[in-house]
Each structure stands twice: as structure tokens, then as C-alpha cells.
Design a protein around this ligand. Structure first.
Ligand code: SF4
Ligand code: SF4
Ligand code: SF4
Length: 216
């Protein structure tokens, strides 16, 4: 299926949070009040004001005292979105899919408040959030207004290291293959692209998946 894809090379992410901030700025989202809870990750999870979150995961390492993995998380814009499948059983087309692949939560999701938990649970990564401000279910909408104007997403445009990329499927898959090859060379054969057949946000990782984000 053609369309737009993200490619995220986690080995290039410096956790600068440029993507997270650019998303907030473009969406005019306010800050989320939080507190120090033992990590530089902030806020603790995606929320109505945070459609993209850079996760910080720390682990003991053999050669160093610890290793840090950074993971810029947002909706994967699944090819067959389980959230939409669940929502359609309750209210048809409250969630729609654009021809280039953006999965969009419409204003109709306001009427899905009672089913919100089930829709969130249907997402393998627990991405959807209930927004009190917007009074509906929300998440990353692939900057559809920018994309339809021929622009890249705000988050990918802001990334200074080449970790977060956005573009046509063929271009992103080519990039993913090139980065995978380079990663395997650099990290002793380690490296994989996650969920290649299922999502429009392809992540390159070099360690066990569960070390990059909490299990949903
Ligand atoms: S990642 Fe989750 S919220 Fe996004 S389209 Fe897939 S199931 Fe839906
Ligand atoms: S694509 Fe747009 S809405 Fe989605 S995380 Fe990036 S900046 Fe935010
Ligand atoms: S902008 Fe790029 S390098 Fe910075 S946190 Fe986001 S993905 Fe990582």
C-alpha cells in the first residue's frame, strides 16, 4: 500500500526532544504539569497536550555502568488500525483513514467517551488519549494539514540528527534498509526494523524491544 511513512533510527536519537517540542508548538499544545520522578523523561506519558513523547529508558550495561535508549513515540498510523476496527463497532467512521495513510480521530470521537478505554486497549501501544480540552479522543494526526500542503510533519522537520524521517513509502523503506545495514555493521550484527508489515512508523532498534518502551 503506497502512502506516507515515518522512519525512526533510534541509534541516531540524542533525546534532544526537538520533535516533541515541535509537535507541541505546531499543535499549540500547552505544557503538562509534572514532577521529577527519577527520569529525564517528561511528561510521564502521551497525553492530550503531548502527541509525541521522547521516552528515556535506562539499563545496566556490560562495559559501561548503564546504557540509555531513547524512543520518540507517537501513533504508528497502522495499515489496518485496530483502534478504528474497535471504534467502528460502536460508531462508524468516527476514526477515518486518509488515502495516504494518516489515521485521523474526528470530532465524532466525542461520542465514544464511554468506549474510550476499549479503544485505547485495542491499540497495541496504548496511544489514544482522552482530551478534556478538546472533549474527544486525540493522538498524532500525521500533521495532515501540512502533508496535504506538501510539507513534512512538524516533528520530522525539527529533528537535527536524521533520527526521525518522514516521506513516501519507497523512500522511507530504502532509508530504513540503508540504516539497518549500517547499524548491523556498527553494532556487531545487531539491528531490526519493527512491525514492517503493519505500520507506517518504522523503528530501527538494536536491542530487545521491551528495553525501549514500557510494555503497553
Ligand atoms: S498506533 Fe494505535 S492509535 Fe495509532 S493507528 Fe495504530 S492502533 Fe490506532
Ligand atoms: S506528525 Fe504532527 S501531530 Fe504527529 S507527532 Fe509529528 S508533529 Fe505531532
Ligand atoms: S528530534 Fe530527533 S534526535 Fe531529537 S529527540 Fe526527536 S528523534 Fe531524537
Amino acid at each position: 500500500m503506497a502512502g506516507k511513512f515515518f522512519f525512526i533510527d533510534t541509534t541516531r536519537c540524542t533525546a534532544c526532544r526537538g520533535c516533541q517540542t515541535a509537535c507541541k508548538q505546531y499543535k499549540k499544545h500547552g505544557v503538562t504539569k509534572t514532577k521529577q520522578y527519577g527520569t529525564y523523561q517528561n511528561p510521564p506519558d502521551l497525553d492530550g497536550n503531548t502527541f509525541r513523547l521522547v521516552r528515556f529508558m535506562e539499563h545496566p550495561a556490560k562495559t559501561n555502568s548503564m546504557v540509555w535508549y531513547f524512543f520518540t513515540e507517537a501513533c504508528r498510523h497502522c495499515l489496518k488500525p485496530p483502534c478504528k476496527k474497535k471504534a467502528d463497532q460502536i460508531l462508524k467512521d468516527a476514526i477515518i483513514v486518509k488515502d495516504y495513510g494518516a489515521v485521523l480521530y474526528t470530532k465524532k470521537t466525542k461520542d465514544l467517551e464511554k468506549s474510550f478505554k476499549a479503544i485505547k486497549q485495542a491499540c497495541p501501544w496504548s496511544i489514544p488519549t482522552w482530551s478534556k480540552e478538546e472533549d474527544q479522543i486525540v493522538k498524532c494526526n500525521m500533521c495532515y494539514d501540512r502533508v496535504e500542503a506538501g510539507l513534512p510533519t512538524a516533528c520530522s522537520k525539527a529533528c537535527p540528527t536524521g533520527a526521525l524521517n518522514f516521506g513516501e513509502e519507497a523512500e522511507m523503506k530504502k532509508l530504513a534498509n540503508e540504516h539497518l545495514k549500517a547499524a548491523k555493521k556498527k553494532f556487531g550484527g545487531k539491528g531490526e526494523i519493527l512491525d514492517l508489515e503493519d505500520v507506517r512508523a518504522l523503528y530501527l532498534i538494536i536491542d530487545e524491544q521491551m528495553k525501549y518502551r514500557p510494555v503497553a
